[in-house]
Design a binder for this molecule. Structure first.
Ligand code: GTP
Ligand code: MG
Length: 185
């Protein structure tokens, strides 16, 4: 009798956030064949770019939504089509880009409102990204922990409905990027 190995589970994950927040870099960190040059040649993502990652248990297609303003409106208009079959959404915020916290929160809130309307269960992870090791040792970011608490986390908690299943993570490409952050529960 021949044994049939079970098909890997397939997941569709969306990764969104403002331009330059580090979404594509996060995906490069996850890829087996990335090296330092992969980061150097990075350009802003044009529209939505789909990448596939295979692990032992699953096949993930990750939809990387280039975050420039000229693309964002279209994503929101057609969001229900993009959400079709998605199990998880990752929203990335650059913690070093303090001037654009409000804009990032506005974008996040629009997405959350559309998720509420959509009404299907979906996991939401928010990456407080570029939280590099020893960031608060740099003069410019001495107070970053307090700023993130009061200007980002508090505001995020205010816009996410309590019934939402969400998690917050502090992330950086300069620390080991654990695959579990991306994978499904
Ligand atoms: N300090 C620091 N820089 C990072 C980190 N992650 C990404 N970057 C830098 O942020 C810049 C933008 O990264 P991208 O990955 O292209 O950003 P993106 O969100 O994909 O941008 P769009 O494609 O325009 O939406 C690059 O110069 C990266 O090297 C991080 O964890 N720490
Ligand atoms: Mg990109």
């Amino acid at each position: 009798m021949s044994s049939v190995s079970p098909k890997p589970k397939q997941y569709k994950i969306l990764i969104m956030g403002l331009d330059n927040s580090g979404k594509t870099s996060i995906l490069i960190s996850l890829s087996k064949d990335s090296n330092i040059l992969s980061y150097c040649s990075l350009k802003p993502t044009i529209g939505c770019d789909i990448k596939t990652f295979e692990t032992e248990e699953s096949l993930m297609s990750i939809w990387d939504f280039g975050g420039q303003e000229k693309f964002r409106e279209e994503y929101l208009t057609n969001f229900k089509n993009y959400l079709e079959g998605a199990k998880k959404i990752i929203f990335v915020i650059d913690v070093q880009d303090i001037k654009r916290y409000e804009l990032a929160l506005e974008y996040c809130e629009k997405i959350i409102n559309l998720l509420k309307e959509w009404g299907h269960p979906i996991e939401l992870s928010i990456f407080l990204h570029k939280y590099d090791p020893n960031l608060n040792k740099k003069e410019k970011f001495e107070k970053i922990d307090e700023i993130v608490e009061s200007k980002l986390i508090d505001e995020l908690i205010g816009i996410i409905p309590p019934e939402f299943d969400y998690k917050l993570f502090k992330t950086s490409i300069y620390t080991v990027f654990d695959k579990y952050l991306i994978q499904m529960k």
